[in-house]
Design a protein around this ligand. Sequence first.
Ligand code: ADP
Length: 669
Amino acid sequence: MSSETNENINKKKYNYLQIYEAAIRNANDIIILFSSQGNILEVNRKAVDTYGYTEAELLSKNIFELRNRERIELAIMQFEKAKSGDVEFETIHFKSDGTSFPVEVKSIGIEISNDRFVLSIIRDISNRMKSEAEIRGLASLVENTEDAIIGKTLDGIITSWNIGAENIYGYKKEEVIGKHISIIIPDEKINDFYEIIKKIKNGERVRGFESKRRKKNGQLIDVSITVSPIYDFEGNLIGASNITRDITENKKVEKELRDKYEEISALYEELIAIEEELRSNYQELEKAKEEADKANKAKSEFLANISHEIRTPMNGIIGIIDLLKVTELNNNQKEYLDMLSNSSRLLLGILNTILDISKIESGKFELILKPFNMKKTLDRITKELSIACSKKNLEVFYYIDPYINFDLIGDEIRLNQVLINIINNAIKFTEMGQIMFKVRKLNTTNNKLTLEFSVKDTGIGIKEEFKNDIFKKFIQQDMTYTKKYDGTGLGLAISKDIAKLMNGDIWFESIENKGSTFYFTAEFLVNYAENINNDNLNAGDDEIVSSKNKRILLVEDNEINIKITCEMLNRLGYEYEYVYDGKQALEKLKENTFDLILMDIQMPELNGYDTTRIIREKEIKTKEHVNIIAMTAYSMNGDRERCIEVGMDDYISKPFDMNKLKNVILRFI
Ligand code: ADP
């Protein structure tokens, strides 16, 4: 009781005015007293702090200067209303620096001694406005986002459902509020719900949980769900909010990508398999090619060997025929002998052709360049051409450019081979009419001369369909012709290679049943240093040489070859001796001197190469030099080089006739 009495006593001691004044001065709101015209009469501290004017400045201002001047009518209306009672509104006030801020105003009209005043309590609501705007923004965001945002109780009863949810699931808000969330969960996924709620109850959040949901129309969609707990103001867990994103499209794209990736992977694997197959095919091909190359090489070697084997007896046959010809024979025998001679020379020709082809195929076909006189070559050819044509009653014409420099360097034998081949063809395929042989100069540079040879006939000609094949190997026009005309079908193929080696070409023009012209061009070196020895040598054909006292040693193991060669040497007027191998030759040379040795290569005991080497070694001391000429049945390229390499002076290939033997001997003695 005594405390109550004390309070009353204390109250009486207060000066209320002082209390109100302190309250107003220190209030957290702006408090202003206006005159009935709106002039500011009193302001508190908060007013000074907020508006940025000094108190004196504020006291000289009017309510309308604090407000938006453009909306002055509203301000007047509100002020008038305040005078006659009280008013509450929200508006904008302006500070001294021109910035504005939202305010909530409560104005009360008061009457003091018949004068009307307005007392305004003004609150800066910037912060409140800001958070309200934020909340409004968030709400609209939640409402309008593409994601489904669903609120639910811990039992799964749906409490909120935004537009995103309506769009994704097809249910309107009214259809689902109050319903269980399982309405959108397919049966097989219903455990999702219990699992998630369990986590939420443990205070966990679920992020990016992927699952399936069912739309109103029954369609299943892929979703990614993030679930957060909802608490009430007192912090009690009351539910959960789901943010659900439809990832069906993503999944589709993802699946497509995966499918594509798998497809590409499969393709890639296939490619690797193909590559491997190709590689192994390639290896097989390489192997096959290697084998083919090996086989080809073996074939070439076989051909060379065969030629050796056949040439040796051929040498014997031809030699003996030549010897037989000069014995006494009756007419029958003479005729048979001629036939035998022709056949064996033809056989030798075929043998030579096959040998050429084997050289071309093994890449060993090369020219042997020597000085020669083109005039002599052409004279001989035209002579042969005339004789052959007269036998077939064909007319012959020839034209040889007189301004050709005739002293040349080239492979005369190969040139001869090509010309004889196209001339023989012309004669062979022409039954009547004429053959025309022309040689003209195409161009000359410093030391080179290109000649064009052409052979024109009036024969059977070449069919269109055959024209492309004519230079291929073993090609003849057709079977009927093949029967009628002999030949191997190799001549032109070889000629083409020779032309190429001579930096020239070979080609033809032909009309069936009218005739053909074959052209052949070749390049030669001009031999300015005229070679007198060469001329003398060639002239040797017609000379009778004094061969008395010239001694020749023949080293040869083949009995028939010995007989033939000795007979030839006898006729040529040389003295000679013979031995069967290199060992015997070395013995012989100990007591005898010879002007020349004809040395076979393949012999028992000591072969031609080794024998020559030994002879040359001995000669280093004696400072002598005996001429050694190799006789070999091998005519593969390189034989000549090998002979020269071991110290031989020249080379003659078997079979040879007397003329050939004479020429090679004359070169040395
Ligand atoms: P071969 O004359 O030995 O058969 P070639 O290679 O020299 O071989 O000629 C190939 C083929 O070209 C001949 O068989 C022939 O059918 C044809 N031929 C060549 N020259 C003539 C020509 N002047 N007239 C008609 N056909 C020709």
